[in-house]
Design a protein around this ligand. Structure first.
Ligand code: GTP
Ligand code: MG
Length: 324
């Protein structure tokens, strides 16, 4: 998974504490050398290690994040929705600035950290480096916290594979997650209220084709409401991003029973919007909850995720259409 590389990120206070704790353990005892010499060596070594710990940690943080310019469109969009692309870039930039500044603070004093100096002079240089470095790290505390939070969010991103992909979409509560469940190995949360699904989820559907088992990726999305793109909230925007960046085929679900809580008119308006937004994508429209309605005047494929009616037929249509 591409996001496993992001290391655990410490706040300014935690990072400084870790560095101070570690350098305190350094005590140089070269036998045959005078005590003063060993004390001086210890001061120099502690200061150098302090710098190394701070700079290498900040460096790991920045490098651990995937390069935003090279990220697949869907992930970039998810980052923008959940974290804010510009905010993340800004925080990465700030932490990188801190790394460079801490390295420079040390280099400017490095030559003075010499055993030729007396202990008090060495201690003064050490304290200057400790003090200035600490203040730089504290200055970017807000950004370290942003990165810590971003890591938490990014690590939960679903792991998409490069497979033929079917995205299920429709109004809230129409049975999108129920369909994912009957078509794939996934076990999504299903409930009687709208907006049960708040993130994009994935499942895999296997199909034996000649002598090989082919795998298809099926994606369940949060419900969409019939309103202009710019009015859609963060949860809906994830569904739009999945349709835009991941879908080779869209399965759009209608609920003519209206037990979802939304009229069929609203649902059809949304279908129109989806058709317009994704003109070049293949789309299958299905009516779910066929067990609740007897009428049969529609041209749509009718299914019931509850009884399983029409599911095999739908699977067949999906496979034909995605291969065409
Ligand atoms: N009677 C009947 N109920 C169904 C059918 N499919 C789903 N349901 C019910 O409809 C409700 C919503 O199902 P979900 O699968 O959670 O719907 P969803 O579209 O994923 O909903 P959100 O994630 O909130 O957008 C649940 O109470 C399901 O049990 C069906 O074919 N027949
Ligand atoms: Mg759902």
């Amino acid at each position: 998974m591409m996001f496993d590389k992001i290391p655990n990120i410490l706040t300014a206070e935690e990072l400084l504490e870790k560095a101070f704790k570690r350098v305190k353990k350094i005590n140089i005892k070269q036998s045959g050398k005078p005590v003063v010499h060993n004390r001086k060596k210890t001061i120099i070594s502690r200061t150098t290690s302090f710098r190394d710990i701070i700079v290498s940690n900040l460096d790991r943080y920045v490098k651990g994040f995937p390069s935003l310019d090279r990220l697949p469109g869907f992930y970039l969009e998810l980052i923008d929705i959940k974290i804010g692309k510009d905010q993340l870039k800004h925080s990465l930039g700030a932490v990188d600035w801190a790394r460079k500044t801490c390295a420079r603070i040390f280099s400017s004093k490095k030559r003075k950290l010499s055993v030729k100096n007396d202990i008090n002079t060495l201690l003064r240089f050490q304290n200057e480096i400790y003090g200035r470095t600490s203040s730089v790290v504290k200055q970017v505390d807000k950004h370290l916290k942003n990165l810590k939070n971003a890591r938490k969010i990014i690590r939960k991103f679903p792991d998409f594979r490069d497979l033929p992909t079917i995205v299920i979409a429709g109004y809230p509560n129409v049975g999108k997650s129920s369909l994912l469940k009957v078509l794939s190995n996934a076990k999504p949360k299903i409930a009687r209220y709208p907006f049960t699904t708040q993130d994009v989820y994935i499942g895999h559907m296997e199909n034996k084709e000649k002598y090989i088992t082919k795998v298809y990726q099926i994606i369940d999305t949060p419900g969409l409401l019939d309103r202009p793109l710019e009015k859609k909230n963060k949860i809906e925007r994830q569904a739009i991003a999945a349709l835009r960046y991941l879908a080779d085929l869209i399965v759009f679900i209608l609920d003519p029973s209206e037990t979802c809580g939304y009229s069929i008119k609203e649902q059809k308006n949304l279908l129109k919007q989806v058709n317009e937004l994704f003109k070049n994508k293949k789309i299958i429209v299905v009516e779910n909850k066929a067990d609740l309605l007897k009428e049969d005047k529609t041209k749509c494929l009718r299914i019931s995720c509850k009884t399983g009616d029409g599911i095999d037929k739908l699977k067949q249509v999906i496979l034909e259409k995605i291969r065409s």
